[in-house]
Design a binder for this molecule. Structure first.
Ligand SMILES: Nc1ncnc2c1ncn2[C@@H]1O[C@H](COP(=O)(O)OP(=O)(O)OP(=O)(O)O)[C@@H](O)[C@H]1O
Length: 243
C-alpha cells in the first residue's frame, strides 16, 4: 500500500450469512491507473467492490476511499459504480436516463449528458428507448450514467460480460483513456486476456488477495509468460502453502 493510494483497505473482514467472505484483507488501489480485479466466481470480488463503494456491512477493518471513510456522503458524486446488471430504465431514452441521473446527482445537464453519451459511443442512439437497445448498448448506457460528473474513481463490475470482442476492445480503449486523464479505475473480470490491458492486477482466491502487482511483475515472479499462467502458478503455490 502507498500513502497516496486512491483506496486503502486494512484488515477488512466481511461476513455474509454464515460465511466469512473476506477474512481480514489488506490492499491498496493506486491512483490514476486501471487495476483489474480477477478471480474465480464466488471468490469475493463483488463483496470487495461493495465494501469500497460503501454499501457492504463490514465486520471489522477500515476502507478509506479518496481520503474519506467508505460510504461517506461526500463520496457520493466522486465514485462512478457500474454493477453487473444494467441500471438504466427501459421506458426512457438514453438521453432521458442520463438527464434523470444528472438531476439526481446535481450535475450540469447540458454539458454532462451529451459528453457521457458521446464517450460511450451512443450518440447515434441518444433518443432511442433503452428497452429497444441491444445488451451491449444497454451496458454502455449504464456506463454513461457512471461517467456523469467525471468521478475520480470508477468501479466497474464485469463491464464486458456478454459483449462482442470488437466492443470489448473499444471499451478497454476507453478505460485506458480515462486512466490516462487521471481517473482511478477498478475493473473486475473473469476474462484473463483482459488482464493484459490493466496497469495492475489484484488476484483473488477464496476471499484472499493472492497477488497485487503489475502484469509484467506477476509473470516475472512466477516465471510465466501470460497472466493466466501466472494466476495458475500462484493458485498452485497457494494450495501447496495451505496443505
Ligand atoms: N447475501 C449473502 N449471503 C450469504 N453468502 C453470500 C451472500 N452474498 C454473497 N455470498 C457469498 O459470498 C461469496 C462471495 O460472493 P461475491 O459475489 O463477492 O463473489 P464474486 O467473486 O463477485 O463472484 P462472481 O464472479 O460470480 O460475481 C460467495 O461464496 C457467495 O456465495
Amino acid at each position: 500500500m502507498l500513502k497516496n493510494d486512491a483506496v486503502t483497505i486494512e484488515d477488512l473482514t466481511v461476513v455474509r450469512g454464515s460465511r466469512t467472505v473476506l477474512p481480514g484483507i489488506d490492499v491498496g488501489l493506486r491512483s490514476g491507473v486501471i487495476t483489474g480485479l480477477l478471480g474465480p466466481s464466488g471468490c469475493g470480488k463483488s463483496t470487495l467492490i461493495r465494501s469500497i463503494v460503501g454499501v457492504q456491512r463490514v465486520k471489522a477493518g477500515t476502507v478509506r476511499v479518496l481520503g474519506e471513510d467508505a460510504g461517506s456522503k461526500s463520496l457520493r458524486d466522486r465514485i462512478g459504480y457500474v454493477t453487473q446488471e444494467p441500471s438504466v430504465y427501459d421506458n426512457l431514452t438514453v438521453a432521458e436516463n442520463l438527464t434523470f441521473f444528472a438531476r439526481v446527482l446535481g450535475v450540469s445537464i447540458s454539458d454532462e449528458v451529451d459528453a457521457a453519451i458521446e464517450s460511450v459511443g451512443l450518440a447515434s442512439h441518444r433518443d432511442a428507448l433503452v428497452g429497444n437497445l441491444s445488451g451491449g448498448q444497454r451496458s454502455r448506457a449504464s456506463l454513461a450514467v457512471a461517467l456523469l460528473g467525471q468521478p475520480p474513481l470508477l468501479i466497474l463490475d464485469e463491464p464486458t460480460v456478454g459483449l462482442d470482442p470488437v466492443l470489448r476492445v473499444e471499451l478497454w480503449d476507453m478505460f485506458a483513456e480515462f486512466a490516462h486523464s487521471g481517473t482511478t479505475m477498478l475493473v473486475s473480470s473473469h476474462v484473463m486476456d483482459e488482464a493484459e490491458r490493466c496497469d495492475r492486477l489484484l488476484l483473488m482466491r477464496e476471499g484472499r488477495i493472492l497477488a497485487s502487482d503489475t502484469p509484467q511483475a506477476l509473470c516475472e515472479s512466477t516465471g510465466t509468460t501470460s497472466v493466466e499462467d501466472a494466476f495458475l502458478a500462484l493458485v498452485r503455490g497457494d494450495e501447496g502453502a495451505v496443505r
